[in-house]
Design a protein around this ligand. Structure first.
Ligand SMILES: [Zn+2]
Length: 235
């Protein structure tokens, strides 16, 4: 597996969808990448799970490790604080890169800039304890605004969304349904979003089939959301 994403232009997919006028020099969120190979990005959100003591879907991580598939996990700082053992394992895996998913999952657009900044900084501080940093920021609920972009741009952290929803937070969707969703929507350069905080009900059941089917289609080169993954040392 290798990636070439770092040198690629960002494909500006549907920036008009939100109708947010972007200030001069602001980059819209990344939803997918223009890419000249079959690479795709597999990403997971680890949203805070206040209702559960344990919100780590270990079977998902086991599959990634067994299949040697790199992935980006967008962690909320509170999730990091609540899952020290899982974090130690994830942070020691060369397959895993981290994204920043705010500290406690607020509606970022509603916050004053200083609070937005605090959400990012607190999460970065939790990651730093594991010798890691967020290579990208994914706002909770995919909600962004010019203010959110400005804060992240000042910190030089790209804002990364997705173009393929797996649908895994719904307890109504079967593993087959997740596979169908992902396979129907994924194309080269896609960024797929799953959950690894136990909120994905059938993610672990679906993931091995998703990986196998992506590989069958030739989409077995997986890049990190930032394009700075672990497998960029080849050629
Ligand atoms: Zn989330």
């Amino acid at each position: 597996m290798r990636l070439r994403a770092s040198a690629l232009p960002v494909l500006l997919t549907w920036p008009a969808l939100w109708g947010v006028p972007l200030g001069h020099g602001l980059e819209p969120p990344i939803q997918s990448r223009e890419i000249d190979s079959m690479s795709i990005a597999i990403t997971f959100d680890a949203c805070p799970t206040s209702s559960k003591a344990i919100g780590f879907d270990r079977a998902v991580f086991d599959t990634l490790t067994r299949e040697q598939v790199p992935a980006t996990i967008f962690v909320s700082g509170r999730w990091v604080d609540q899952h020290p053992e899982a974090m130690a394992e994830l942070a020691s895996s060369p397959l895993i890169e981290f994204g920043d998913h705010s500290y406690d999952h607020p509606h970022m657009r509603a916050l004053p800039p200083a609070q937005m900044e605090l959400q990012v900084d607190r999460t970065e501080a939790t990651l730093a304890r594991y010798g890691r940093r967020g290579v990208a920021f994914r706002p909770p609920y995919g909600e962004w605004s010019q203010g959110v972009l400005e804060v992240l741009q000042r910190k030089q952290i790209p804002v990364v969304l997705w173009d393929v929803v797996s649908g895994d937070p719904s307890d109504k969707i079967s593993a087959k349904g997740i596979v169908r969703n992902v396979m129907a929507r994924t194309r080269p350069g896609s960024i797929i979003v799953f959950h690894i905080n136990g909120r994905g009900w059938r993610t672990a059941d679906a993931l091995p089939t998703v990986i196998a089917q992506l590989r069958e289609r030739g989409e077995d080169r997986v890049f990190g959301a930032q394009g700075s993954g672990v497998d960029d040392d080849e050629s």
